[in-house]
Design a protein around this ligand. Structure first.
Ligand SMILES: NC(=O)c1ccc[n+]([C@@H]2O[C@H](COP(=O)([O-])OP(=O)(O)OC[C@H]3O[C@@H](n4cnc5c(N)ncnc54)[C@H](O)[C@@H]3O)[C@@H](O)[C@H]2O)c1
Length: 248
């Protein structure tokens, strides 16, 4: 099936590993050129080589989404290199979990700055490029926790709920320029982020998943590819849950 994505270019934040790396690979399989960005370049060589195997162009840029100067400098470099941006995936995210009464102000700020302000910084920097070409797709990776809340994750769930508000407001503002803005709310996906959780917490999550298994990174990546494609042209301002039925 032709998804109409061949020759487009996607920037995926926090894509050196995990869900972001899988999103990059899924889009590359459809002929999308990929701009990998991450806060550190530890895996830059491996990930770019892996993406280039799909016969597309792939670039790596170091970018800290929480820092508006880092974001604007990175986007400037990309533009100076003559690279366009048709698809933006705001994927970079962190957790600093603790119960509310023990949650430190610095952990609140850190999580809000990366997850929510990061998506704002990147959307603000990239939207003008899409507005000029009168086509764009912005896909925000929020979380089931942003819709449900979760014990020990007041900062994370607030940041992810904030991303949903950002998604809907940007969808209103950018629709007239043929730019869609949607969010994906993953449930429990096997990655470094969730591997860090204790066995007890993992067991508790599993007992709440009707499909009886954790999700794979590619299941989020497939949904991103669908939302980026022509097949989702009439969808904007939506939040798609990909969670094995954990929240309905
Ligand atoms: N894994 C899950 O179960 C799950 C569930 C719901 C939502 N999510 C969301 O999916 C996204 C990806 O999660 P993951 O599981 O792949 O996590 P991960 O920790 O494996 O990957 C996150 C990536 O973001 C990068 N990053 C961190 N801070 C950054 C910053 N300031 N600027 C740029 N890059 C930065 C990291 O270096 C890393 O490569 C996150 O937004 C996360 O909140 C994950």
């Amino acid at each position: 099936m032709d998804l109409g994505l061949k020759g487009k270019t996607a920037l995926v934040t926090g894509s050196a590993r995990g869900i972001g790396a899988s999103i990059a690979a899924s889009l590359a399989k459809e002929g999308v050129n990929i701009i990998i960005t991450d806060i550190n370049d530890n895996n830059a060589g491996n990930i770019t080589a892996e993406i280039q195997k799909y016969g597309v162009k792939c670039w790596f840029y170091t970018m800290n989404v929480a820092d508006s100067n880092s974001v604007s400098e990175c986007i400037k470099k990309i533009q100076e290199a003559g690279i366009g941006i048709d698809i933006l995936v705001n994927n970079a995210g962190v957790t600093r979990d603790n119960l509310l009464i023990r949650l430190k102000e610095e952990d609140w700020d850190m999580v809000l700055n990366v997850n929510l302000k990061g998506a704002f910084n990147c959307t603000k920097a990239v939207a003008p490029i899409m507005m000029k070409s009168r086509w764009g797709r912005i896909i925000n990776i929020t979380s089931i926790v942003g819709v449900m809340g979760n014990k020990g994750q007041a900062n994370y769930s607030a940041s992810k709920a904030g991303m949903i508000g950002l998604t809907k407001s940007c969808a209103h503002e950018l629709a007239s320029r043929n730019i869609t803005v949607n969010a994906i709310a993953p449930g429990f996906i096997v990655s470094d982020m969730t591997n860090a959780l204790s066995e007890e917490v993992q067991k508790d999550f599993m007992s709440k998943i009707p499909l009886g298994r954790f999700g794979g990174v590619e299941e989020i990546a497939n949904t991103v590819t669908f939302l980026a494609s022509d097949k989702a042209a009439y969808m904007t301002g939506q939040v798609l849950g990909v969670n094995g039925g954990m929240y309905m």
